[in-house]
Ligand binder design. Structure first.
Ligand code: ADP
Ligand code: MG
Length: 229
């Protein structure tokens, strides 16, 4: 069954056309990664999928239960961690919030203040806040871009594990080709308002970066981004 169906999607800001003709079908539980140079409209596409922005043309079908994790954790500093996770939810969500914190490796952090967290921990809270809403569509807008290399790898593993367990459809926007090939079932490149390549990655997990098949996918996506290896 499809989780997302996008057809003929177009979006312009003033005279600037950002998305021309985007078509995208995502199955339930499918992990889709979107690559593209900055300014190509990746965030705009995510905002449309999130229902935060209206397309000018085309149709978008997306599940109602959807949530976004951004590059910055966007925590409310005046609220403790658990209150951030359950923000906007009824009191009865407390147990689910604690369970989500445990799932992201933050057991016992419910009473902590956001200001006391490391960048990686704060991003884990943002993941827990997404998870507790049990999204059918999880939108990730460069969620690891601000983290150091080691933390980024740990967060990638965590997201892979959480998505394998909860099976939302995922759209991950990233600049990092290795990250896309490591995590996704399918990787596409957004260029000049269209999905220029859209390829399935049929490699078993965990994926090895030195596997020739991994390297072949990597080289292909890099070449579509104008980098030749
Ligand atoms: N609300 C807006 N008003 C005007 N221009 C916008 C708006 N949102 C995005 N843009 C423009 O659309 C283009 C694509 O932006 P964005 O989707 O953020 O790209 P990306 O996420 O790929 O870097 C950029 O040129 C940006 O300046
Ligand atoms: Mg962006």
């Amino acid at each position: 069954m499809a989780a997302v169906i996008v057809q003929g999607l177009g979006k312009a800001f003033g005279r600037k056309t950002v998305l021309k003709d985007v078509g995208l079908d995502l199955a339930r539980g499918e992990f889709f990664a979107l690559l593209g140079p900055s300014g190509t409209g990746k965030t705009t596409l995510l905002r449309i999928l999130a229902g935060l922005e209206r397309p000018d043309t085309g149709t978008v079908l997306a599940p109602r239960r959807r949530t976004t994790v951004y590059q910055e954790p966007r925590l409310v500093q005046a609220r403790r961690v658990l209150a951030n996770v359950t923000l906007g939810l009824p009191r009865s969500a407390r147990e689910a919030g604690l369970a989500a914190l445990a799932e992201v490796g933050l057991d016992g952090y419910g009473d902590a203040w956001p200001a006391t967290l490391s960048g990686g921990e704060a991003q884990r809270v943002a993941l827990a806040r997404a998870l507790v809403r049990e999204p059918e569509l999880l939108l990730l807008d460069e969620p690891f871009a601000a983290l150091d290399a080691l933390t980024r790898l740990q967060m990638q593993d965590l997201v892979a594990e959480l998505c394998a367990r909860h099976r939302p459809a995922v759209v991950l926007v990233t600049h990092d080709v290795d990250e896309a090939v490591r995590l996704a079932d399918r990787v596409a490149v957004l260029r000049e308002g269209e999905l220029a390549v859209d390829r399935r990655i049929d490699l078993p997990h965990p994926r090895q970066r030195d596997d020739p098949a991994f390297l072949a996918h990597r080289a292909l996506f890099l070449s579509h981004l104008g980098v030749h290896v």
